[in-house]
Design a protein around this ligand. Structure first.
Ligand SMILES: [Zn+2]
Ligand SMILES: [Zn+2]
Length: 429
């Protein structure tokens, strides 16, 4: 299953903002960004067909196949409309419906046609016609969009190629005496004991799967990359210190199996889309980094369950330390069922919410700020994140929101958790 979202056209999603009142005089807010590199120009967000790769029900990763590959490594590029894989052909149709032709978009008073013409170099439908493609060809190439889409195209076909994906042989629990370094993906993979990955494609595949849980982990972990010298504000330090009081209990059982949860960290993922469709064992990679912590992750939003599938589970006690709940409710309708909130145990994550593009997040943000819990927000890219920050600050200046920043946004595109599909950036003010 794969699908797209056309962000430019006022998709009804929003989020973002973070704040905390550890006491009545302190407010905090955080920002974070997620980006789909290769689709920036198209304003389309694509999701890998994760379900075609892994089964959510299984606790171990499965290679796509151990039989003869369907596609060889020198035959990974195919235009989407002529892909040997049905779901990628379906993706072509979805882009045709939800995408935008950049030339049409840039012209006033003209019909905005949908992209149907596939660029011969990247295989994606990028423009409405050959004429508009040729008109924009130089920009399409020079901006790097075409080369990124080409990589994405080959990545998608590689995932379905049938080769044995040894890079998905993920490690299990982390030895207590071995520290994880979360400064960047390479160090993380190395210190966590992932299989050695000697090419960028494997790194992209794995980081694409892990970008959501590890971004969450990088914020919460005591040895994460963010500290008072690196973008964390005084208020942010107080917020994370509160959460870490529970995440790292002072008294722990010598036998984890006999340990009983005293407190559960509730992670609320609002406006969940791809993050709610990940196989659950991917989130075990978050859990392994906190061996004494109990997590309950809530995926909230109308797109958190694909196709509003009635058979889709709404709750799972996946492991003794990791539970999940899914709901298609809008957060502002679901909020009351989650009370009371506690900044020591509750935290919100809003991945690329699109707050600046719609007003539909307003009621949610008001409720989030009332909880006094930390809120982390991401964007598709720095431009997107800055527009989100501006939208929030504008409301703050009008007195509609009262908040403080917890984590300063980053000016340079140098964030540690960068994947091909998603870049999580913490924006600076
Ligand atoms: Zn056009
Ligand atoms: Zn192209």
């Amino acid at each position: 299953m794969s699908f797209f979202k056309c962000r430019v056209l006022n998709i009804s999603r929003l989020n973002r903002l973070n704040k905390i009142f550890l006491n009545s005089s302190m407010i905090v807010r955080h920002n974070f960004l997620v980006r789909n590199n290769f689709n920036t120009r198209l304003n389309i967000r694509t999701y890998i067909s994760l379900k075609s790769i892994f089964s959510r029900q299984n606790s171990t990763l499965k290679p796509i196949s151990i039989t003869k590959p369907i596609l060889s490594q020198d035959n990974l590029f195919h235009s989407l409309s002529e892909s040997p894989f049905e779901d990628l052909r379906h993706r072509y149709k979805q882009i045709c419906v939800y995408g935008s032709c950049p030339v049409c978009l840039s012209q006033d008073n003209e019909v905005k046609n949908k992209p149907k013409y596939e660029c011969p170099d990247c295989g994606y439908p990028t423009h409405c016609s050959l004429e508009h493609y040729l008109q924009d060809k130089e920009q399409h190439k020079n901006s790097g969009t075409c080369s990124m889409l080409r990589l994405a195209n080959e990545d998608e076909h590689d995932l379905r190629s049938g080769r044995t994906m040894i890079e998905f042989d993920f490690p299990s629990s982390q030895p207590l005496d071995e520290q994880v370094n979360m400064l960047n993906w390479d160090l993380f993979f190395y210190t966590r004991g992932f299989p050695s990955m000697d090419n960028d494609r494997s790194v992209r595949h794995v980081s694409k799967l892990l970008t959501y849980p590890i971004t969450i982990a990088s914020i919460l972990h005591e040895y994460g990359p963010y500290n008072i010298k690196n973008r964390l504000t005084d208020e942010g330090l107080k917020s994370l210190t509160a959460l870490r009081t529970i995440i790292y209990p002072k008294i722990i059982s010598h036998d984890i199996k006999t340990q009983k949860p005293t407190e559960i960290i509730r992670i609320f993922v609002l406006g969940a889309r791809a993050e709610s469709l990940l196989p659950l064992h991917i989130y075990s990679q978050l859990s392994y980094l906190f061996p004494f912590t109990y997590f309950h992750i809530y995926f909230i939003g109308p797109e958190s369950i694909p196709g509003n599938n009635k058979k889709f589970p709404t709750h799972s006690n996946y492991t003794p330390q990791l539970s999940f709940t899914w709901t298609t409710s809008f957060y502002h309708d679901y909020h009351d069922s989650l009370t009371p909130f506690d900044p020591y145990t509750d935290v919100f994550f809003l991945f690329s919410p699109g707050i600046s593009q719609t007003n539909t997040w307003h009621d949610t943000i008001i409720k989030l700020l009332q909880t006094k819990c930390a809120i982390f927000i991401t964007g598709f890219d720095q431009e997107d994140l800055h527009s989100e920050v501006s939208a929030i600050e504008e409301k703050g200046e009008k007195g509609e929101y009262e908040l403080d920043w917890l984590l300063r946004p980053e000016e340079k595109k140098n964030q540690p958790y960068l994947a091909t599909a998603c870049v999580h950036t913490i924006l600076s003010q």
